[in-house]
Design a protein around this ligand. Structure first.
Ligand code: NOJ
Length: 744
């Protein structure tokens, strides 16, 4: 039963809005409604809207910590995360709407990163598809299923650029490149929030761009560690994907755990107010990462939580995730005059604004329709989309003597713990993904090739040094014509708090590969992992290497279809795979240095190189093979000059020279040869994924405009500089055709 205050609230919203109908654009109507609610709120209720608490899970399902239900009732908690299922969300929303004084509905957030129930490949894997339509659709499916399960807010997309595979969270991002990362960030926002950012649509979610900012550059790849970089690198390399996501309409941003230039992000007025709201024009809400306000005490910029809270609110934080800092201290701080209530009003306005945009005041239960949940979760078209994306995400790293694709009916030994695993296929942030529902790679291989043609042995565990299964693995392999060895990292070896100092395949898996090699049978290594690994040894031993990441709910089927050539692999790496951990950070868009080497065996000692390792990566950015081959013609330019307001067309003919139909990602890079500051040796500026039948060729054209060449110049202004440029086109960042032009 609604109480009188709630009725007054609803009436005053309606009245105010209808009195001011002259200003009838939807945005200003929302502003009027926000104002009308704000006027009714006590300071405590306002602070309640700035509070986000987690739901726990036990064997009975979602539950709340003691006290949180009361907090919702009292208006002390306006937002919940980690709670889902329509029934539970309905229960909590009912308390907020019917039992709190003003009846303001709750936001329900969750880490819906690469699917909700139907899980897609991990984000790094999705990025390797270079298929923006499929990536957008993946986010769309995730939003539909999550919204059908009661949620209205996802903590995604994660757009942190990273060049350090020791950092476990590279699995959650889109790799090392700002251009590709930006396009993917936009695609994901469109997918979550819907094409026209219609948050009121019951099947869209509020997106949350994270982690602002530069979280992907922790020193030594150790999670949560210090970030320190030049302002120029920050603006040119790390900022673009956040900006792209905000320009695409993302209405929430999450702060990062790290400091940047000595200031923790959750207390950085520069990041949250001057840059994000000022320069980038962001109008949505800023939520902290989990207890990152409190962590400012450990960072050493505040004496205690209360002081940290002041830093955060003054920097521009609107919502405290789980820290209980605003809840405990903010009211007294306003009463004591330490912070102006005006600032609180601004924060609450931003929270209420998104609640209105989501349509929660019109229908707080709009996400709680059990019939819809049943109909949409695991819908056949969602599983189909997950299968499609899983296949597109896989990267063929090596395929000597065309050992792949496998032929139906061949006797195959499948070895490795990961082959029989379903949980690992889901990767980290599996949301509500359910591995009991799934088939493993082994199950799918048996289904495709027949039980009698697949022999399985675990061989060894993914982690640990138990070799007792080796003998059986050898015996199993002896019976087969080819060996498929499925190795890599367990799912929880990447993601948050999963940094490594050694990025080789863990345990004794490589030793098992060495043993199997002695059998002189073709060995196909199927990799499951969430980061670039040092695969130098595996590359020496295996005949084929297929990178499958953690491929999601349909992963087993996708791996099978790729291995048997039902799908011709087309994925390309979005992070460089180094030869060894000591080369890190290793990325394609590096600087030339004053002492570059142009040949790997350069004899001059005083060059920028190692005495114990080449500089080159094992597999460069943009790299990935196909069962067919592609040839590139020389580049044709429409002109050798690009006018300051003009454009230039660069064309290349790509021919499928092999026996299979296939897809190729045609990549465009440029290099600014002389600048007021040093410039990268290559920068991705465009790409197009094309499909070519065997023998077919296509002309691919890119239009280059001066704005694509802009950067932060010596005086920190953003723009171009006239001069000579190189332009490259090819199927990866290393093997390219080259041309040159002059920017006037
Ligand atoms: C901490 C993680 O850093 C962040 O990415 C996530 O969204 C929150 N926890 C909430 O689960």
């Amino acid at each position: 039963m609604k109480n009188i205050a709630q009725l007054i609230l609803m009436l005053s919203i309606i009245l105010l809005a209808s009195c001011q109908q002259k200003k009838s654009d939807p945005a200003s109507i929302i502003e009027q409604k926000v104002d009308s609610v704000l006027k009714l709120m006590t300071l405590e209720e306002k602070i309640g809207q700035m509070v986000l608490y987690t739901s726990d899970w036990d064997i009975t399902g979602p539950t709340l910590k003691k006290g949180y239900l009361e907090d919702i009732k009292n208006g002390h908690c306006g937002n919940i995360f980690n709670a889902h299922t329509t029934a539970y969300v309905h229960k909590l929303q009912k308390i907020a709407v019917e039992e709190s004084r003003l009846g303001i509905p709750l936001l329900f957030g969750y880490d819906v990163i690469h699917g909700h129930k139907t899980i897609f490949p991990i984000s790094l894997g999705e990025s390797a598809s270079w298929d923006l339509v499929a990536i957008e659709n993946g986010a769309r499916v995730a939003a539909i299923e999550a919204a059908a399960s009661g949620l209205n807010w996802t903590f995604a997309p994660m757009v942190d650029i990273s060049v350090d595979p020791r950092w476990g969270r590279v699995s959650e991002g889109a790799g090392e490149d700002p251009f590709l990362g930006s396009r993917i960030a936009e695609a994901r926002v469109r997918g979550f929030q819907g094409k026209d950012n219609n948050l009121a649509d019951t099947l869209t979610l509020l997106a949350c761009v994270k982690h602002f900012a530069a979280y992907g550059a922790p020193q030594a790849g150790r999670d949560y560690n210090t970030v320190d970089m030049s302002q120029r690198v920050f603006l040119d390399t790390y900022l673009p994907p956040y900006k792209a996501a905000i320009d695409a309409g993302a209405m929430s941003v999450m702060t990062s755990f790290n400091e940047l230039d000595g200031v923790p992000a959750s207390g950085s007025k520069y990041l949250l107010t001057d840059l994000l709201r000022g320069k980038l024009g962001f109008k949505g809400l800023v939520v902290t990462d989990h207890t990152s306000i409190n962590e400012m005490v450990n960072h050493g910029v505040a004496d205690n939580d209360a002081e940290a809270g002041l830093l955060a609110v003054k920097a521009g934080v609107d919502m405290d995730m789980q820290g209980e800092v605003f809840f405990k201290y903010l009211k007294k701080q306003v009463d004591d005059g330490l912070v102006e209530e005006k600032l609180i009003d601004e924060a609450v306005r931003r929270v209420l604004r998104v609640k209105f945009m989501l349509g929660l005041f019109d229908d707080p239960y709009k996400y709680c329709n059990e019939a819809r949940e049943k109909q949409l979760v695991y819908a056949p078209e969602h599983l189909e989309a997950a299968l499609d994306m899983a296949k597109k995400s896989m990267v063929l790293l090596k395929n000597n003597n065309n050992v792949l694709p496998l032929k139906k009916g061949e006797k195959i030994a499948v070895i490795g713990e990961l082959a029989a695993s379903t949980r690992d296929l889901l990767g980290s942030w599996k949301a509500a993904g359910d591995w009991d529902f799934m088939k493993s790679t082994l199950d799918e291989l048996k289904l495709y090739n027949g039980e009698k043609n697949i022999f399985f042995a675990e061989g060894c565990k993914t982690i640990g040094n138990d070799r007792s299964g080796f003998t059986q693995a050898m015996a199993t392999a002896r019976k087969a014509e080819k060996i498929v060895l499925v190795i890599g990292e367990n799912w929880d070896w990447s993601g948050e708090a999963a940094s490594r100092t050694n990025i080789k395949i863990p345990g004794v898996q490589t030793e098992l590969l060495e043993k199997l090699k002695a059998l002189n049978k073709p060995i196909i290594v199927v990799l499951m992992n969430g980061r670039p690994l040092d695969l130098t040894r595996e590359n020496e031993l295996a005949d084929a290497l297929l990178e499958t990441w953690y491929a999601g709910t349909m992963g087993g089927k996708a791996i099978t279809q790729v291995l048997y050539g039902e799908y011709n692999p087309s994925g390309k790496l979005t992070m460089t795979f180094p030869m060894n951990v000591g080369q890190i950070p290793l990325y394609y868009n590096a600087k030339n240095t004053g002492r570059p080497i142009y040949l790997p065996n350069d004899k001059d000692k005083y060059k920028s190189k190692y005495i114990d390792s080449p500089n080159d990566p094992l597999f460069p950015f943009g790299y990935g093979l196909s069962y067919t081959t592609f040839a590139y013609s020389d580049i044709k330019l429409s002109s050798n000059e690009l006018a300051a307001k003009g454009d230039l067309k660069a064309t290349v003919r790509v021919t499928n020279t092999g026996k299979y139909d296939g897809e190729e990602v045609v990549q465009l890079y440029v290099r600014d040869l002389v600048g007021s500051v040093t410039r990268p040796v290559k920068e991705l500026k465009g790409f197009e994924k094309i499909r070519l039948k065997a023998g077919e060729s296509k002309v691919v054209t890119f239009t280059i405009t001066p704005d694509m060449l802009a950067f932060h110049r010596l005086d920190m202004t953003y723009g171009t500089e006239p001069g000579d440029y190189k332009l490259f086109m090819g199927g990866n960042s290393r093997d390219v055709k080259e041309a040159g032009f002059k920017l006037k």
